[in-house]
Design a binder for this molecule. Structure first.
Ligand code: PLP
Length: 430
């Protein structure tokens, strides 16, 4: 469920007409709904708690929201107020989480190529855990920890060798991709870390992919994680936490209906039954995707004599890259629907790439030049993946709460865009 609905023939975000935002801020612009963000977080947490899942201390499991899905500070702060933690993959994301008010003890740091400086920053910030993705990385973390005189709490990211994920570019749980260590490596490294003066292994983590629409691959992966935790414990090693990653899919209209949070939680309760362990999660998409839209304007309708019809928008692949990168499907809805029959069209942006096509041969309601349209389910991996390609200004972001709304990232000016670059001394002559 989300809070983008038609009211008196016009699309609203909560209590605010989208046309009002477009009129003030211009297009393209991302619009997020606080109520939807809050609802998704709360539904997930309630499902986990009601299934009897707990953290190490017996409280609700840690829900470390995956910052990369939507890293706007206002979005992070909205979730932080509900008790969300943060799953981060760079120093920049740790800084964002801290700036948004996420307590360090709810921040985890993942990613296959952490820099020494980033590890140092993570340790200095006293975040909850660093997820180790390889043996060399474990050595790096140990060195930095020793150097700093502060032991590092680590968890090993295990690659359960399970195929899952809505698209090859977002499947992360196969043995042939770059993420995590194998089961045998995890066992050896965990034992070594447990005996290391500057490493404190607290548990295991896995994240097998994104936009996962079936529970079976997750269940297979989580079972293998449980077995590994039990093997480690039989060797006398302390395993306090299992971090089961993110990956739960969301309904993108014409795609397979993903499992409901309650079914996901029940499956985990089944897999973990009788194992006394703290659980943590790293959901991104399931919280943010349907809480945001990309609002764009139709520049013109171009009908080719051979028959193809193009709806040209002022939004482009640099604003929303998912269709170009993952063949992603986003429903496209007119903000003020007109009466009339549907017609087939390609929807494209102004960028000079054939890939700047949001959809081909889509049945669309009637549209005319000047109309506003909303790309639905664009709250995750939308603005956070936006760029200035073609020297288009970075897309702005708006957060709505009830009848209120605020620009939470303004559109930069052309002067600001140009001022970030500096000429080399040999060209810097008037
Ligand atoms: C991207 C990512 C997530 C979030 O994935 P979603 O599919 O958005 O839930 C969680 N954990 C890690 C390590 C990730 O890289």
């Amino acid at each position: 469920m989300n809070h983008f609905e038609l009211r008196e023939g016009e699309l609203f975000c909560e209590g605010v007409p989208l046309a009002r935002i477009a009129g003030t801020v211009g297009t393209p612009v991302y619009v997020y709904s606080s109520a939807t963000l809050e609802r998704h977080f709360t539904v997930l947490r309630t499902a986990l708690v009601e299934a009897g899942l707990r953290d190490e201390a017996g409280g609700a499991p840690l829900i470390a929201y995956a910052v990369k899905a939507n890293s706007n500070l206002a979005v992070l702060a909205t979730l932080a107020r509900l008790g969300a933690g943060a799953d981060t993959v760079s120093e920049g994301e740790i800084r964002r989480a801290l700036a948004a008010g996420v307590p360090p003890e709810r921040i985890v740091f993942s990613g296959v190529g952490k820099l020494a400086g980033e590890v140092r920053f993570a340790l200095e910030s006293r975040i909850s855990e660093i997820n180790v993705e390889s043996e060399p990385e474990m050595r790096l973390i140990a060195e930095v920890a020793q150097d700093l005189g502060r032991p590092a709490r680590i968890a090993f990211r295990v690659n359960p060798d399970v195929a899952a994920g809505g698209h090859a570019k977002i499947a992360t749980g196969g043995a042939d991709n770059k993420f995590g260590v194998s089961f045998s490596e995890a066992e050896r490294l965990y034992a070594e870390a447990a005996g290391h003066p500057w490493l404190e292994p607290v548990g295991l983590t896995c994240h097998i992919g994104s936009q996962i629409s079936r529970l079976e691959p997750m269940e297979a992966a989580f079972l293998r994680m449980r077995e590994l935790a039990e093997r480690l414990r039989r060797r006398g090693l302390a395993v306090r936490r299992l971090d089961l990653g993110g990956g739960l899919g969301v309904p993108y209209f014409n795609q397979p209906e993903p499992p409901a949070p309650a079914a996901y939680a029940a499956m985990i309760a089944r897999v973990m039954a009788g194992l006394d362990i703290g659980l943590a999660f790293e959901p991104g998409r399931v919280i943010a995707a349907n809480a945001g839209i990309l609002l764009a304007r139709v520049l013109h309708i171009h009908e080719r004599p051979e028959g193809r019809r193009f709806v040209v928008l002022d939004a482009a692949m640099n604003d929303l890259i998912r269709p170009a990168m993952y063949d992603a499907y986003h429903a496209i809805r007119p903000v003020r629907p007109r009466p009339g029959a549907v017609a087939i069209a390609d929807v494209v942006g102004p960028v000079c790439e054939t890939g700047d096509t949001f959809t081909r041969d889509r049945e669309l309601p009637p549209l005319e030049a000047g109309d506003l349209v909303a790309f639905m389910s664009a709250g995750a991996y939308g603005a956070s993946m936006a760029s200035e390609y073609n020297s288009r200004l970075l897309v702005p972001e708006v957060l709505v709460r009830g009848e209120e709304w605020a620009v939470v990232r303004p559109r930069p000016t052309y002067e600001e865009m140009l001022a970030r670059e500096t000429p080399p001394p040999w060209l810097d002559q008037a």
